[in-house]
Design a protein around this ligand. Structure first.
Ligand SMILES: [Zn+2]
Length: 271
């Protein structure tokens, strides 16, 4: 019976640990996904900024063309001025020249504004591209790290599950079926009974039941959360003896002998 109860407690521990591991397997990629989403958003903003720059550059090219065209007009008007036959004609050409000069001044002022805007957008774009590069490197790093972590957790998980099969074989079929049913419904199918309390739902159990759990001769279930009640001491008793008894046996026999004999041997060897 004790073997079955210990198996049940072990099964509960295994399933608790794989539950944590499963949670980590879900949360690790989720963190990377969040970072990836931010990278995508920034990428979109950068593309927008690049478009703005292109547009400003195109507008400046337009201004350049207009300035050049105005320059041609100015040259033609000047040639016309040289050929003016009277004061009236000369005055008309002068008005034309003045209009062209005004257009050129306006275009040049516009061009200067655009140049300023282009410089501003360029430097901000450069800065953002640098930041984006850093973020993308970080993402690559996180992705690699997450991949490693997932592999580690998966290895840990399969290691934990490796022993599970054998442990389930130690349990009666009906107990195992009930265990799996409760686990499917509540996530955990065992609960530690500590100081008369079910640690699964915090119910204060009847003293008789707590004593029964401690005695460890029956399958006890919590009347409230229906989980199998487990005494952590079963596992301690199970896990500790092979280690501690071995150590205790080794220590009292080996140490006095060693400390008793060694100096004698040393003395012998010295003399
Ligand atoms: Zn309970």
């Amino acid at each position: 019976m004790r073997e079955q109860l210990v198996a049940l407690a072990k099964l509960g521990r295994i399933d608790a640990s794989t539950r944590d591991l499963d949670e980590r397997l879900r949360s690790i990629p989720a963190e990377v996904d969040e970072l990836r989403e931010n990278v995508t958003i920034l990428e979109g903003l950068l593309a927008k900024e690049r478009d703005q720059l292109l547009e400003a550059q195109k507008l400046r090219d337009d201004q350049d063309e207009q300035i050049k065209a105005a320059g041609d007009t100015l040259a033609r008007s000047k040639a016309k001025a040289a050929q003016a036959r009277n004061a009236r004609e000369a005055e008309a050409v002068e008005r034309e020249l003045e209009a062209v000069r005004r257009t050129m001044r306006d275009r040049e002022a516009e061009r200067e504004k655009l140049t300023g805007a282009i410089e501003k957008v360029s430097s901000s774009l450069e800065k953002h591209e640098q930041e984006f590069g850093g973020l993308r490197d970080m993402l690559a790093e996180k992705e690699a790290e997450a991949q490693k972590q997932v592999a580690e957790v998966e290895a840990e998980r399969s290691k934990a599950l490796a022993g599970r099969e054998e442990i389930t074989k130690l349990l009666p079929g009906d107990v195992l079926r009930r265990y799996e049913r409760i686990r499917g419904r509540f996530g955990m199918a065992t609960a530690d009974a500590v100081d008369g309390t079910c640690m699964g739902c915090r119910l204060s159990m009847r003293p008789m039941q707590f004593i029964a759990v401690q005695r460890g001769e029956t399958f006890e279930e919590c009347p409230q959360c229906k989980r199998f009640l487990v005494d952590p001491a079963w596992l301690e008793a199970e896990a500790v003896p092979p280690v501690r008894v071995g150590a205790e046996k080794a220590a009292p026999t080996a140490e006095p002998e060693a400390s008793g004999e060694a100096p004698v041997e040393d003395d012998d060897a010295a003399s």
